[in-house]
Design a protein. Structure first.
Length: 137
């Protein structure tokens, strides 16, 4: 059995020290200023940044990055190597395919699908125009 440190610290390019805690379900790195549901799964090599929220039963796969102030709703799947940029919203039950990028402030509506390798432009809306649930995620 490999034992992982409960907390990890990095020095950012500007010299500040950034600290993360390991999420108990998957071991991913979570900022102490993020809110992640206990039953969400954060892969060991995934990051969740400050101000982000990850809802119940959501799954963040390997090498993915949930940036600052992102909202990931319940039952969302974020596949491998995805970057969800600052301020984006991903609604309940949505799925983001591997290597996709969700631009800053973009909204992926509840139940919507983002194809692998797709780039969602900054501020764009994917799925239903009724995005209230995604906004609340």
């Amino acid at each position: 059995m490999v034992r992982r440190a409960a907390h990890v610290e990095f020095e950012a390019d500007d010299g500040t020290v950034v600290r993360y805690a390991r999420h108990p379900n998957g071991g991913g790195l979570v900022s102490p200023r993020a809110k992640v549901a206990d039953d969400a799964s954060i892969a060991e090599t995934a990051y969740v940044e400050a101000g982000a929220t990850v809802g119940p039963r959501a799954r963040i796969a390997a090498f993915s990055w949930v940036d600052e102030d992102v909202r990931i709703g319940p039952d969302v799947t974020v596949d491998r190597h995805v970057h969800v940029e600052p301020g984006a919203r991903v609604g309940r039950g949505a799925r983001v395919g591997e290597y996709a990028r969700i631009g800053a402030g973009a909204v992926v509506a509840s139940g919507a699908r983002v194809a692998p390798d797709e780039v969602v432009a900054q501020g764009a809306v994917v799925g239903s125009r009724d995005v209230r649930e995604a906004e609340a995620a």
